[in-house]
Design a protein around this ligand. Structure first.
Ligand code: HEM
Ligand code: HEM
Length: 398
């Protein structure tokens, strides 16, 4: 016998039920199997936030489309238990992602979250003072045990669904499965699409506004973009189109590389007066771009370049000397997060009347620059050594 249409869930409720159920089961497995695997961590966070979104929509949907009444042949305590399990599920569907979010936000290691590799996800506001403290530990406990509570509820839930399908006259299972396998599906009229999904989208738009408001106003890319270096002081202009500052290293043994989009340089260089030559460079580390959003976001975070507090890295080149092989060497002094680091910088230079072509490299230590020293001081993930390459052309000023 088919259930009458009024005794079924709406198609939207059914889709949300099974999508969320499948995602939650996958999430529990993933939660237990993601240690030391950053890609899985990111996936766990991405799907978890997606579950939060779907659950908000689902709760709003249920408010506009109340579930069909439970079968009459269920005893009052069965109805209460069933209702209690469902409410427990709704609570956990919202609470577990929120706890996960709080967990990440209060971690000593401020790991960036990039949902599905594309959307930067902020940490919860007002959690700065809670990092690494007791709140973090309690959250970790609740998030981990919450998954077990969910498993227990699931046991009761599945047992109830089977019992009422097999034993009770009316059954409940058919209320929650789509109209497949020839089973006619005449769902009840649905309403509140805009409220459920619009409401969930609105909530997430509000959350998304936080990082957008924090991020720096867009600035033009390329050399000359910081606008902070005096134009008059130098005798060479760096050509925007052809010049770049690039960096490379390894992450879990795999090479990565990127460039800084925004930097500026004042070049005072004369091969005949090496002692009087100086080069001042200002680089905006917030413009680092590797092609992988997670890396870019991580580089900006507090433990790395902390670009909100220190938007500029200053570099000066002095003590130029001609090297016997034909190029030059200079002393590069970097000021990273107000900490000075000195390294030698070797470069080649060809001056053809008013055009100079240069290329130089140096190796820097993350530890010396105090980058990522809380979460990865030993260079287990990101190798300590980073190579920086500067190349391009410059034009002699009139
Ligand atoms: C319905 C959604 C979620 C479920 C069912 C879930 C489930 C789990 C489970 C079973 C674990 C393993 C816990 C353990 O080791 O005992 C875990 C760990 C973790 N989850 Fe979730 N999670 C959810 C959402 C989230 C979200 C949204 C985030 C972050 C945005 C998150 C962040 C984490 C983190 C960081 C850990 C590692 C905790 C640690 O071992 O210190 N989770 N999760
Ligand atoms: C983590 C996984 C699951 C979660 C979070 C979950 C959650 C829920 C919730 C909250 C409801 C109540 C809907 C409402 O009336 O508002 C529900 C109903 C239902 N679920 Fe699940 N469920 C899960 C897995 C399953 C599984 C594996 C089955 C298959 C046996 C199942 C079968 C049903 C059925 C038949 C109903 C309809 C019950 C009724 O008519 O009262 N669910 N589920």
């Amino acid at each position: 016998m088919h259930a009458p249409s009024s005794n079924r869930y709406t198609v939207v409720a059914i889709l949300l039920h099974w999508a969320i159920a499948a995602l939650i089961l996958f999430m529990i497995w993933l939660g237990w199997n993601m240690e030391d695997n950053e890609a899985r961590f990111q996936l766990h966070k991405s799907i978890g936030i997606a579950i939060l979104f779907l659950s908000v929509a689902r709760v709003l949907w249920r408010w506009r489309n109340p579930p069909p009444p439970l079968p009459d042949d269920m005893t009052p305590w069965e109805k209460r238990l069933s209702h209690g399990v469902h409410m427990g599920f709704y609570f956990l569907m919202i609470a577990l992602p929120l706890l996960g979010w709080l967990l990440v936000s209060t971690s000593r290691f401020q790991v960036s979250t990039v949902l599905f590799g594309t959307v930067s996800w902020p940490h919860l506001p007002f959690t700065e003072g809670l990092r690494g403290g007791v709140v973090h530990e309690v959250t970790e406990f609740l998030h981990s045990k919450g998954a077990w509570v969910l498993i227990i509820l699931l046991g009761l839930h599945v047992a109830g669904a089977i019992k009422h399908e097999v034993a009770a006259e009316q059954g409940v299972f058919k209320r929650m499965i789509p109209g497949l396998f020839g089973r006619p599906h005449s769902p009840p009229p649905a309403q509140g699409y805009a409220i459920a999904f619009g409401g969930a989208v609105l909530l997430f738009a509000i959350i998304a506004a936080v990082p957008l408001m924090k991020s720096a106003p867009p600035a033009p890319n390329g050399p000359g973009a910081t606008g902070a270096v005096s134009e008059e002081a130098g005798n060479w202009d760096i050509d925007t189109e052809t010049s770049e500052i690039a960096f490379s290293g390894t992450y879990q043994g795999k090479p990565f590389s990127g460039t800084f989009g925004r930097w500026d340089a004042t070049v005072l260089f004369d091969p005949e007066d090496l002692e009087g030559s100086t080069v001042a460079v200002e680089v905006q580390p917030g413009s680092a771009s590797t092609g992988t959003k997670l890396y870019d976001d991580t580089l900006q975070s507090g433990e790395w370049f902390d670009t909100n507090t220190f938007p500029v890295v200053k570099v000066s080149l002095i003590n130029f000397e001609a090297s016997p092989e034909g190029g030059y060497t200079a002393k590069a002094s970097l000021l990273v997060k107000e900490q000075a680091v000195n390294v030698p910088f070797d470069f080649s230079l060809i001056i053809d009347s008013d055009t100079a072509t240069f290329e130089g490299t140096t190796t820097l230590s993350r530890a010396a620059m105090n980058l990522g020293q809380q979460s990865d001081p030993g260079g287990d993930w990101v190798a300590d050594e980073v190579t920086v390459t500067v190349k391009g052309t410059a034009t002699r000023k009139e």
